[in-house]
Design a protein around this ligand. Structure first.
Ligand SMILES: [Ca+2]
Ligand SMILES: [Ca+2]
Length: 271
């Protein structure tokens, strides 16, 4: 009787172990934040205001719309994938966010060197920052467009390989996508921080930020010249599945394990 119980318990534990491994098989996360704990940990505000009380990272409007709200998280990743969701409360000429996913610099005046995206309400370009928060120049000619980010989440993924090759994907839904931008640049090959600058009369929101040291999206050959996506999504492929997925699987596995073990004990005792 005890042998049967041990066998069943062993099988269930094995099943739970396999289930817990599944979500982690596609990416190696270095750091991530879904802001769901509403605690301001790991981030430093260097100028203006930010909040995460609504389970997202959100800039706080400043009376002077020309003032940047600046926040950073330590991040030394230089090869891998940076993913996040982005939303604006409203557009306008002076409303934009610069997200330097690789950044280095000194405090103050928070003038960073690095690579990033400059995002407006329905367009984005890939920029290189040369140590001046007011000047980040396009590293790639052209602008990519997407459905209006005002009130709608838009998902961005950036990958960089070990030879300085960047790819930017907008609203990717699989692990193979056509990039919005592709460029190679090797001037900066180190990073201290992930920095967000936002300015304007409407606030910006960031959520589901995941930084991994693996290339989680690979490129498809171009099939069209249109980089616009029809369906903005708040979630992404398995590569950037947010942490709650792991917890759900584990809880489901644990629940199943508990039920099977209890049922086994009752069944075997009756015998
Ligand atoms: Ca969140
Ligand atoms: Ca937090």
């Amino acid at each position: 009787m005890k042998t049967n119980l041990l066998k069943i318990t062993g099988l269930v534990i094995g099943l739970c172990f396999v289930l817990s491994l599944l979500p982690q098989s596609t990416a190696t996360v270095v750091w991530s934040d879904d802001f769901n704990d509403r605690i301001y940990d790991g981030w430093t505000v260097t100028q203006g205001g930010w909040t995460e009380t609504n389970r997202i990272l959100e800039s706080v409007y400043d009376d002077d719309f020309r003032t940047y709200a600046i926040i950073y998280h330590d991040s030394s990743t230089t090869v891998g994938t940076w993913s996040f969701d982005y939303k604006l409360f409203g557009g306008g000429t002076y409303v934009y966010t610069t997200i330097l996913f690789m950044a280095n610099g000194t405090d103050p005046p928070f003038d960073y060197y690095g690579y990033g995206l400059r995002i407006r309400e329905s367009s984005v370009y890939f920029v290189k920052s040369y140590g001046d928060q007011n000047r980040a120049y396009p590293l790639v000619d052209g602008t990519a467009y997407f459905d209006d980010a005002c009130g709608t989440w838009t998902h961005f993924d950036i990958t960089r390989n070990s030879t300085g090759g960047f790819h930017v994907y907008i609203n990717a839904t699989s692990t193979e996508e056509e990039p919005a931008f592709s460029v190679v640049d090797t001037e900066y090959d180190y990073s201290e921080r992930f920095v967000i600058y936002h300015r304007g009369t409407n606030d910006a929101c960031i959520d589901n930020l995941v930084v991994s040291d693996t290339i989680d999206i690979t490129t498809l050959p171009p099939t069209s010249t249109d980089t616009t996506s029809e369906t903005p999504t708040t979630t992404n492929s398995g590569a950037t599945t947010p942490p709650p997925m792991d917890i759900t699987l584990l809880l489901t596995g644990a629940g199943v394990a508990g039920i099977v073990i209890i049922a086994s004990v009752v069944f075997l005792r009756r015998r």
